[in-house]
Design a protein around this ligand. Structure first.
Ligand SMILES: Cc1cc2nc3c(=O)[nH]c(=O)nc-3n(C[C@H](O)[C@H](O)[C@H](O)COP(=O)(O)OP(=O)(O)OC[C@H]3O[C@@H](n4cnc5c(N)ncnc54)[C@H](O)[C@@H]3O)c2cc1C
Length: 386
């Protein structure tokens, strides 16, 4: 259900995404997972419908989608193939800052090409766990040095880069010069064909197995013209410009994991077995399905309200975005865990797709702003230090 009133354009984008998900993503989803296959063909299907330019302004050739439509699209995709939806979500996230603020050169060279589907981008943000078991409690970002009119990337290693080796462009966070403080981040838009890079190891995640979310090392010079905004000011843009899309699309992707699994469970649960029984004869399952539907709708309602409030310019701090992100990802974990119990050995033996959704759902707790960290941030907004 979508209780939230949608305008015509939002309804159109939701239906467009649902149709593409059914036609392009669903048939490849099981193989994407089992073969750990990057979902290139599924992403190409989205590109042909113009979805790579989802949030690029219409004047630049994009679809100019608002935040609510963006959530609707990502949820529909995730219902059918969470891996594809996650690669797509990282593309939308990586395209956000440059789509909102750019130089003339960047508009011509990048923004219009995102809209036309000539650029598939992703985020090379974090460097956590970059050095063996040397865990650091806050994100550490290596410094690059200035060289002529560019920035020298000397063996910069980014961890967990979704679409690693497949993307044509990388949104990368760095510090410029060793003297730059940890919060003085700079954002670069890297062209993969103009720099040396190599992926490290292989992606063999518990879930989101089609993502190619492996480390990548960069070497070479990135021109100054590829810098997004001012040097050292990226944190400001991350908060003010990117956060709505970052948090809401995480929420939408994991909501799609929950609702996609639930919709399949509705069909499966209604089946009458040769014995004449159906899983829904069991009052525990009746209660379970009713309860899970309420959890999904609660998460969805918060996500849509947060997105609509953002579209209306009514969100001053990212509180509702983060509340929506944690709610949706927790709904995904709860729903998929319950479905694993409800469908018993058949689910456990992977004869039904619920274990795939169950594994995919786990990533939602740790991705982006991990939920524990998101809760700390929410707490900080509710109880600001005096
Ligand atoms: C499938 C997948 C795809 C990904 N794709 C991308 C991508 O495309 N681009 C990208 O840049 N990154 C990507 N990531 C990385 C992701 O953003 C990180 O996994 C995430 O930031 C957590 O960092 P970590 O894995 O080092 O976990 P850790 O930092 O080891 O965190 C583990 C746990 O420690 C606790 N914790 C850590 N820090 C805090 C804190 N500050 N406050 C409270 N608790 C804390 C939490 O309980 C957290 O769950 C991806 C990850 C996955 C799993």
């Amino acid at each position: 259900m979508t209780y939230f009133p949608l305008n015509q354009e939002q309804q159109h984008l939701k239906e467009l995404a649902a149709g593409l998900a059914e036609k392009e993503l669903a048939p490849r989803a099981a193989e994407t997972d089992s073969e750990r296959k990057f979902p290139r063909a599924s992403l190409e299907g989205l590109k042909s419908a113009g979805l790579w330019g989802l949030r690029v302004d219409k004047e630049m050739g994009g679809l100019g989608a608002d935040l609510l439509s963006t959530c609707l699209v990502v949820e529909e995709l995730a219902k059918k193939c969470p891996s594809t939806a996650m690669c797509y979500k990282m593309h939308v996230e990586a395209a956000e800052l440059i789509s909102r603020q750019h130089t003339d050169y960047q508009a011509e060279s990048f923004v219009k090409k995102i809209a036309s589907g000539d650029i598939l981008c992703t985020v090379a943000g974090g460097e956590t766990s970059g050095k063996g078991d040397d865990w650091v409690p806050t994100m550490r970002v290596t410094a690059v040095s200035k060289q002529g009119d560019g920035y020298l990337l000397d063996n910069i290693r980014k961890s967990y880069v979704t679409s690693a080796g497949e993307a044509s462009h990388y949104f990368m966070l760095c510090r410029v010069g060793e003297e730059a403080k940890p919060h003085q981040l700079t954002a670069l838009f890297i062209e993969a064909d103009k720099i040396d890079w190599e992926t490290v190891g292989e992606w063999n995640g518990l879930g989101m197995r089609g993502n190619n979310s492996m480390p990548i090392r960069f070497n070479g010079v990135v021109p100054e013209g590829n810098r997004l905004g001012e040097e050292g000011a990226a944190l400001k843009y991350l908060g003010a410009v990117m956060m709505p899309v970052v948090a809401l699309t995480y929420g939408a992707a994991y909501l799609g994991v929950a609702s996609g699994a639930y919709e399949q469970a509705m069909e499966e649960a209604k089946k009458v077995y040769p014995s004449g029984a159906s899983r829904l004869d069991n009052p525990i399952n009746q209660r379970r399905m009713a309860e899970l539907s309420a959890k999904i709708e609660a998460a969805r309602a918060l996500l849509h309200v947060a997105a609509a409030a953002g579209d209306a310019g009514k969100v001053a701090a990212p509180l509702p975005y983060l509340q929506a992100k944690v709610s949706c990802s927790e709904a995904a974990v709860l729903v998929t865990q319950e479905l694993m119990t409800m469908f018993g050995g058949t689910a456990f033996a992977a004869r039904l797709p619920f274990e795939r959704y169950f594994r995919d759902a786990r990533a939602g707790m740790i991705m982006g702003l991990a939920n524990d960290e998101a809760y700390q941030t929410i707490y900080g907004m509710l109880f600001p230090k005096k």
